[in-house]
Design a protein around this ligand. Structure first.
Ligand SMILES: Cc1cc2nc3c(=O)[nH]c(=O)nc-3n(C[C@H](O)[C@H](O)[C@H](O)COP(=O)(O)OP(=O)(O)OC[C@H]3O[C@@H](n4cnc5c(N)ncnc54)[C@H](O)[C@@H]3O)c2cc1C
Ligand code: SF4
Length: 350
């Protein structure tokens, strides 16, 4: 009898892997460390998603419902893998609730950790209550509360969104681009303008990376239809004059210092490697790449394969990724796992 495929992580990538396996009648065991499935879009309460404009609770919540109903998916929430041994076709995982799972292959879909803005203290987070993160603004919108200044609950009249917080920053050891935050911030700026038409929204950027087809849909649309203002700048610090937050820096186009007051300052936080990656690397005996994400094999040949045969990886676990690509990778890893197993079975039969 075939054993199930073990999937670790119940975000978009892990959910997609489980759906794909169920679609071809393969059983899976899905292990999620939190008490809810859905990954960052659900656990962090994202609002309307790029690029579909659907609420995260509907789009990703729909995937969660399907997986929780699927008879071929055995879901374990609030659980992690403590121990892992064996070889392709015959792995054994010991879960933190004491259960043992026999699995033929594994898909690691353990995602990322949001950058903690406390590591960028000169930009005011942790010092001034009205300096918040994109995740907090997403939660304000998705909870129905609306965009407010946390200090006194007033509606902001001037909002600054600072890009690349915890990304492309060698001083704090984050050299990568987090890929989605330019587009997500343009989208958020439009959502703020929609809710508060009198509010002026400024985006401070180094470069704009609304990649691929998103350039006109987000970057140009946000300026032309929603009057969002973009400032190419190097930010020095975020302070306060007692009434307003003050963003100080240099406008790098005109090469002049700029000091602008705001009511609310938003850090567009990046995607750090999952804080569990060292532990996952040790438990599953797999390599990390140089930034600390889970390393995957040759991008054309062995997509999703880790350094250990039979262990696959998908989504933001292996680097900053969009939901769409995380879902595609989850499906690809599921297919790679079963095709590797059928290849091994065919070789053994020869
Ligand atoms: C502010 C912000 C807004 C964003 N908005 C968008 C958007 O609008 N559109 C878009 O395409 N992308 C967006 N993204 C990117 C999006 O969050 C990721 O693409 C997506 O969450 C990746 O899915 P994933 O399943 O790979 O990882 P995750 O969503 O991180 O899910 C990983 C899951 O694994 C679980 N897990 C972690 N470690 C373990 C462990 N050791 N054992 C068991 N389980 C574990 C986690 O609890 C989590 O449930 C945004 C990112 C940020 C930072
Ligand atoms: S996507 Fe944009 S905001 Fe995010 S790290 Fe890259 S350049 Fe910076």
């Amino acid at each position: 009898m075939t054993k199930p495929i073990l999937i670790v992580g119940g975000g978009p990538a892990g959910l997609a892997a489980a759906q794909s396996l169920a679609a071809v009648g393969r059983k899976s065991v899905l292990v999620e460390k939190e008490e809810r499935l859905g990954g960052a879009p659900i656990l962090s309460g994202y609002a309307k998603l790029v690029p579909t404009g659907e609420w995260a609770k509907d789009a990703i919540g729909g995937m969660v419902t399907q997986v929780e109903k699927a008879k071929d998916v055995d879901v374990h929430k609030g659980v992690t893998v403590k121990d892992f041994a064996g070889e392709p076709g015959a792995f054994t995982a010991t879960l933190s609730d004491g259960k043992t799972v026999e699995a033929e292959a594994v898909v690691l879909a353990t995602g990322f950790t949001h950058f903690d803005s406390i590591n960028k203290p000169e930009w005011g987070f942790g010092t001034f209550p009205d300096v918040v993160t994109t995740t907090q603004v997403e939660q304000m919108i998705s909870s129905g509360q609306g965009v407010r200044c946390p200090s006194d609950d007033r509606k902001p009249k001037r909002v600054a969104i600072l890009l690349c917080v915890g990304s492309r920053d060698r001083q704090i050891g984050r050299e990568w681009c987090s890929k989605v935050c330019c587009t997500v911030s343009s989208n958020l700026a439009m959502e703020i303008r929609e809710e508060l038409p009198d509010c002026h929204v400024y985006i401070y950027y180094m470069d704009i990376r609304t990649f691929g087809l998103y350039e006109d849909l987000y970057y140009w649309k946000s300026q032309e239809e929603f009057k969002v203002k973009y400032i190419k700048a190097r930010i020095a610090e975020v302070t306060s004059d007692g009434e307003k937050l003050i963003v100080k820096g240099e406008d790098t186009l005109v090469k002049r210092p700029i000091t602008i007051p705001f009511d609310l300052v938003v850090h567009a936080v990046g995607m750090d490697p999952n804080v569990d990656n060292m532990l996952l690397s040790s438990i599953f005996d797999i390599e990390l790449e140089k930034h600390g994400y889970l390393a995957k094999g040759h991008p054309y040949d062995a997509f999703g394969q880790t350094s250990r045969p039979g262990v696959f990886v998908a989504g933001a676990a292996c680097g900053p990724e969009t939901i769409e690509d995380s879902i595609a990778q989850g499906k690809a890893a599921a297919i790679a796992a079963i095709s590797a197993l059928s290849g091994a079975a065919a070789a053994a039969a020869e």
